[in-house]
Design a protein around this ligand. Structure first.
Ligand code: LLP
Length: 641
C-alpha cells in the first residue's frame, strides 16, 4: 500500500540457507531466490521467514532483502521476481518433524464417487489442515503438519472415529518430512539417483511431488531425519543437483562465515602466467600447457610424507618426457600398465635401473609379460591366468600380487577398480590358489598390491587398504613391501576440500607402526600432474537456442574426454576476460560431432567473443594422453611453459 521499493528484514542470521546450518555446517547462504522458492523453503522448514510474510510482497512485486544486523557487510538473501538466469538447481533441503500421517484404507474406494469429499469433510470438521497427499486405488494417506494444526491426541482420536465410518484408519507418527526445493524439480530427476538410493534403504511412508514442480518430499520415521539431512545435502552437491558453483545463487557456507573465510586455496599458477598463456594460444590453438614447477612442488609435497618408503609415478596420467624427467629428479620410481609405457620410460630415462619400474599389466597378452621380465622390471600380477597358464615364465622371479579387497572407491563408477564389477585384481578367495601355483613354479610373492580407484579425497581410504593388506601379508612368509596404490584426488568442484596430506601421513604412520616389517609403497598419477596442466582453446562461435547459451571452442572431447566420459568437472575461465565479472550461464562445447561434446555445463562466464581464450583447469592428468583423432581433428598439442 505504501508503494515501497523494497522491504528489508534485519535479523540475527545472514539469510536463508540451503539447509538448516545447525544440522549442516556446509549449508550455503542463498543469495537470491524467487518468491515461490522462498515461500516453499519457508513453508517446508526454514525458520528465518514466516511463510505468510511473502505473499503480500509477491502480489505487488516488492523485493525482500534479509540482512544480518551483526554483519551488515554480508550480502544476505534477496527475494524477488526471478530476473537473472540461473542453472536449474535444488536450492534447499529441509526437514519438518512432528508430522503425523493418517493412512485411510478402503476396499470400496475404487471408482466410488465422493469418497475423498467424505474423508476431507471429516478433516475440515475437526479444523485440521492437510499438507501432503498420496493416493492409490484403495488408500489415501495424508500428512498433518503440527505447525498448521493444533494436534492433540483427543482431536486425532475424534477424527479417527469419524473416519472409521468410511474406511480403515492407521495413524503413523512421529514422522519427518524431508523436502528438496527448487524450481523445475521434475527436470532434475536424473540427477537425483544417489539421493533416491539413500531413501531406498529406508522405510519411506509417503512420497509427494508438488504439482507446482517446486518440491519433492519424502516422509520417513522422525528419528532418521537428523542423520539423513547432512548426507543428502552432500549428495545433492556431488550429483550437481544442487549447483553450488553458481555464485549468483549460492553464497558462502555457514562454516566459512563462522570460521572466517576458509584458508584460501593455493592460487592457481596460471593466473600469474596469463600473458604467456594468451601469447601461447595466439600462436596456435588448442594447446595443453604444463608448468613443471607445479609438478616439482607436488612431488615434494608427497616426498615429505615420512610414512611412505617409495613413491612411483603412474605415468598413464601424463607420460610427457619433461614430466618424467622432473619426477625422476625428485626421486620417483615409475608405475607402468603397458609394455609401451615401460619402453617409453626406458627411452626417456636411460640411466634408470629397471628395478625402479613397476609393471602392472591387466589382461595384457603373454608377450608383454615376457618382455617385462626380459627387461628386468618388477612385475605385478593381477589375475590367476598368468600364473596358472604361463607359470614357468615366472620361475625363480620375485613378483607382486594385486589383490581386490572387494569394493572400489573413486570420483566416478568408471574409475573404481575394486569389487566383482571391476576387472582388476585377484579376489580374496582365489589368493590361496594363486599362492599354490606360484609355489609350484618357484615364483616368490614378495609384495602385495591394492589400488581400488582414482580421485579419492578421503585419507581414511588408504588407511583401510593398508591395514587390510598388511594383515593379509602376515599370512605369507616373504612379503617385503605393500603397495597401497594411487588414487590421490585433487579438488575440482569449488566445494571440494584438498586432500589432507599431513592427515594421510599420520594415519599411515599409525598402521606402519603396527607392521614395521613391510616397506610402504604408493603410486599416484593424478595428484602430481592434474593441476600442472591447463587446456587452452579459442572461442570459435557463440549461439543461443531459447534460454540455452552455447560458447564453442576449438578444443573438444577429442582433446579432453573426462567431462564426457566421467561427467568430470573442470574449472573453466575466459582467460582473455579474466578480470571481467561473470555474467551469462553458458554451455562450453567443442567442435566434435557428438551431443556429449561438452566441456562444461551451466558455467558462468563473462560475455565471450570469437577469438577469446578459454582456459580449462586441472587438465594435466588424463587429458592429452586420452586424446583421440575422432572426426580427424588433431587433439591439442602439448607445450611446457
Ligand atoms: N595404480 C594403478 C594400478 C592404477 O590403475 C592407477 C590408475 C593409478 C595407480 C593412478 O591413479 P591416480 O593416482 O592417477 O588416481 N582416466 C581416469 C583415471 C583412471 C585411472 C586408472 N588407473 C580419470 O581421468 O579420472
Amino acid at each position: 500500500m505504501l508503494g515501497a521499493e523494497a522491504v528489508e528484514i534485519w535479523t540475527d542470521v545472514p539469510g536463508m540457507f540451503s539447509a538448516n546450518p545447525r544440522q549442516v555446517p556446509d549449508a550455503r547462504l542463498l543469495s537470491r531466490l524467487d518468491y515461490a522458492e522462498a515461500q516453499e523453503i519457508a513453508t517446508t522448514g526454514a525458520k528465518v521467514l514466516h511463510p505468510r510474510c511473502i505473499h503480500p510482497l509477491r502480489e505487488v512485486r516488492v523485493p525482500l532483502l534479509i540482512k544480518d544486523t551483526n554483519r551488515p557487510e554480508l550480502p544476505g538473501t534477496a527475494i524477488g521476481w526471478s530476473t537473472v538466469q540461473t542453472a536449474p538447481s535444488v536450492k534447499a533441503i529441509s526437514s519438518r518433524k512432528g508430522i503425523t500421517l493418517v493412512s485411510m484404507e478402503s476396499i470400496s474406494m475404487w471408482q466410488q464417487v465422493g469418497f475423498l469429499a467424505d474423508v476431507f469433510g471429516a478433516f475440515k470438521a475437526h479444523g485440521l489442515s492437510v499438507d501432503l497427499i498420496g493416493s492409490s486405488e484403495t488408500n489415501v494417506t495424508v500428512s498433518l503438519d503440527p505447525s498448521d494444526n493444533l494436534l492433540d491426541s483427543d482431536v486425532l482420536a475424534r477424527l479417527c472415529a469419524d473416519l472409521e465410518a468410511f474406511c480403515r484408519v492407521k495413524v503413523i507418527a512421529p514422522c519427518a518430512a524431508i523436502t528438496m526445493v527448487g524450481r523445475g524439480m521434475r527436470a532434475m530427476l536424473h540427477r537425483l539417483s544417489a539421493v533416491l538410493a539413500e531413501f531406498g534403504a529406508l522405510d519411506v511412508h509417503l512420497i509427494s511431488q508438488s504439482s507446482n514442480n517446486l518440491n519433492l518430499t519424502f516422509v520417513v520415521d522422525e528419528g532418521l531425519a537428523d542423520a539423513l539431512i547432512p548426507r543428502l545435502h552432500a549428495l545433492l552437491i556431488r550429483a550437481e543437483a544442487m549447483r553450488v558453483d553458481d555464485a549468483a545463487v549460492f553464497g558462502p557456507s555457514w562454516r566459512e562465515l563462522a570460521e572466517g573465510a576458509a584458508a584460501a586455496p593455493r592460487p592457481a599458477w596460471w593466473r600469474h602466467r596469463r600473458e604467456a598463456l594468451l601469447a601461447l594460444a595466439a600462436s596456435g590453438s588448442p594447446r595443453y600447457a604444463y608448468d613443471l614447477d607445479e609438478v616439482r612442488a607436488r612431488a615434494r609435497d608427497l616426498r615429505a610424507l615420512g610414512a611412505v618408503d617409495r613413491w612411483h609415478y603412474a605415468l598413464k596420467a601424463n607420460p610427457h618426457p619433461a614430466i618424467l624427467q622432473v619426477l625422476h629428479e625428485e626421486g620417483f620410481a615409475f608405475e607402468c600398465v603397458s609394455i609401451a609405457e615401460v619402453e617409453h620410460v626406458r627411452r626417456t630415462l636411460p640411466a634408470l635401473p629397471p628395478e625402479r619400474i613397476l609393471f602392472t599389466p591387466n589382461f595384457a597378452p603373454r608377450e608383454e609379460y615376457r618382455a617385462g621380465l626380459a627387461a628386468g622390471v618388477r612385475m605385478t600380477l593381477d589375475a590367476l591366468h598368468p600364473i596358472v597358464e604361463w607359470g614357468a615364465d615366472f620361475a625363480d622371479r620375485d613378483i607382486l600380487l594385486r589383490v581386490d579387497l572387494g569394493s572400489g572407491r573413486g570420483h566416478h563408477d568408471k574409475v573404481k577398480t575394486g569389487g566383482a564389477q571391476s576387472k582388476f585384481g585377484v579376489a580374496l578367495d582365489e589368493i590361496e590358489t594363486f599362492r599354490e601355483h606360484a609355489r609350484r613354479h618357484g615364483a616368490r610373492i614378495v609384495g602385495l598390491h591394492a589400488h581400488l580407484g582414482s580421485g579419492i579425497l578421503d585419507t581414511g581410504h588408504w588407511r583401510g587398504v593398508y591395514a587390510q593388506i598388511a594383515s593379509l601379508a602376515e599370512r605369507f612368509n616373504r612379503i617385503e613391501m605393500l603397495d597401497i596404490g594411487g588414487g590421490l584426488g585433487v579438488p575440482s568442484r569449488p566445494d571440494d576440500a584438498a586432500l589432507d596430506l599431513a592427515g594421510l601421513d599420520a594415519t599411515l604412520a599409525e598402521v606402519r607402526s603396527a607392521y614395521p616389517q613391510f616397506k610402504l609403497w604408493m603410486e599416484p598419477g593424478r595428484y602430481l600432474v592434474a593441476e600442472a596442466g591447463v587446456l587452452l582453446g579459442r572461442v570459435t562461435q557463440v549461439k543461443r537456442k531459447g534460454e540455452v547459451h552455447y560458447v564453442g571452442i576449438d578444443a573438444g572431447m577429442n582433446s579432453l574426454i573426462r567431462p564426457a566420459l566421467y561427467e568430470a568437472w573442470h574449472a573453466i575461465v575466459n582467460l582473455t576476460r579474466l578480470d571481467e565479472p561473470p555474467a551469462d550461464l553458458v554451455q562450453v562445447v567443442g567442435p566434435i560431432c557428438e551431443t556429449g561434446d561438452v566441456l562444461g555445463h551451466n558455467r558462468r562466464l563473462p560475455p565471450c567473443r570469437e577469438g577469446d581464450v578459454i582456459l580449462i583447469a586441472e587438465a594435466g592428468a588424463y587429458g592429452a594422453v586420452m586424446g583421440s583423432r575422432y572426426n580427424l581433428r588433431e587433439p591439442a598439442a602439448e607445450v611446457i611453459v
